[in-house]
Design a protein around this ligand. Structure first.
Ligand SMILES: [Zn+2]
Length: 382
């Protein structure tokens, strides 16, 4: 049994000044002290300068694209990006770096990851990882004729994940790449929460849905000329989302989101990937959107195809600087308790007796005002 004390303990929601937690050999929390208790001498108590908090959660990642070498040409459009992912997919999958990045994420303080999986290549790394993954088995498909084939593929892949006791659900890639019929079929799958959907990542999606033109429109027309699914109103978007009212829904990116959504839907979360958005589109979601939905926001790194690391704390800093939001009380739930709730990781993201969420130290913060600083950093303790 050891005791870990700090200037503050952040339990996922609240701060406890000069408190400590007790941890057994397995890393399970056995006691959380009252405020001020850390100031009393105690054997096997280590005092850290900073904030003790639960391991972090990266809510959106594509581990299987870890071998992808990020292009130096930033701010290319989405159709360029999709094309290059398609053409380089083989090379990327062969150059599998899942294990390397899995370990790096753990070392950097991440304990849970929501990870998009189109293939089985991440299974070996996940099966032996110290990180808890929820894998989103992602489907695309505009041709309603192929639905059974797609679902069969997804079920088969899901069973492979389940063989290794890895949590997973089957999800639609986005509104532009999945037919209405396939959306419905996916929504009918039982016990399939959470669901992740890429949404309004680029201006091209706006051009496609609202103006029926642009490069993405042209690309889709080439792949599937019968494309007619234009999500050009809040009402239409709601209809699609309501299909999944039994699940947690994580809308990913939201960079160009123009629709006013639906924040009264309790199961809805907005995952932002600020570094990936800045790299690909030099744009992040509107500040008004962020301020209106702060209590729904979680963060993800996206993949190495559009980022220089998979470090969710780095995303938090970019988010803070982009929106000038530095209050730790607002920021930390995005990468701990709220993200855990969205991903159904009930034992993670908060410090609670009986949990083993991983323990990290947040250093170099403004302790007087509990604010994030540019020089803030995290370090794994347990
Ligand atoms: Zn993604």
């Amino acid at each position: 049994m050891i005791h870990i004390a700090g200037h503050y303990i952040f339990d996922g929601k609240n701060f406890h000044k000069n408190a400590f937690i007790s941890i057994d050999q397995k890393g399970t929390i056995t006691h959380i002290s009252d405020t001020g208790e850390a100031l009393k001498e105690k054997s096997k108590m280590m005092f850290y300068s900073g904030i003790i908090m639960p391991g972090m959660i990266n809510a959106h990642c594509h581990l299987e694209l870890s071998g992808f070498k990020k292009s130096d040409e930033n701010h290319k459009d989405l159709s360029y990006f999709i094309n290059s992912i398609i053409t380089k997919r083989e090379e990327t999958l062969n150059n599998n770096r899942c294990e390397y990045f899995d370990k790096l994420m753990f070392d950097n303080g991440i304990n849970c990851v929501g990870d998009i999986s189109n293939t089985e290549i991440s299974i070996p790394a996940k099966a032996k990882s110290r990180i808890k993954y929820h894998s989103f088995i992602e489907l695309s498909g505009l041709n309603p004729k192929n639905i059974q084939e797609k679902l069969f593929f997804a079920e088969k892949l899901k069973n492979k994940f389940l063989e290794y006791n890895l949590n997973c659900s089957i999800v639609p890639h986005s509104f532009y790449s999945v037919s209405e019929e396939l959306f419905k079929s996916i929504s009918e799958i039982k016990n399939n929460s959470p669901v992740s959907i890429h949404l309004m990542e680029s201006q091209e999606e706006i051009d496609l849905f609202f103006y029926k033109k642009g490069k993405l429109y042209d690309l889709l027309n080439k792949i599937f000329p019968e494309f007619i699914q234009f999500i050009d109103s809040t009402e239409k978007l709601k209809q699609y989302l309501n299909l999944f009212n039994q699940s947690n829904i994580i809308l990913v990116h939201n960079t160009f989101l123009k629709n006013k959504i639906i924040s009264n839907n309790l199961n809805l979360y907005f995952c932002l990937c600020p570094k990936s958005n800045l790299f690909l589109h030099n744009q992040i979601p509107d500040k008004d959107f962020v301020l209106e939905n702060t209590d729904k926001i979680i963060l993800g790194t996206d993949s190495m195809a559009s980022n220089n690391n998979l470090d969710v704390f780095d995303e938090l800093k970019t988010f803070a600087n982009s929106y000038q939001i530095y209050e730790l009380e607002l920021l930390l739930p995005m990468i701990t308790s709220r993200a855990a709730k969205a991903l159904n990781f009930t034992n993670f993201g908060k410090l609670k007796i009986g949990n083993n969420p991983g323990i990290i130290l947040l250093e170099n913060v403004d302790l007087q005002n509990l604010k994030l600083l540019n020089e803030s950093s995290v370090k794994r303790i347990i």
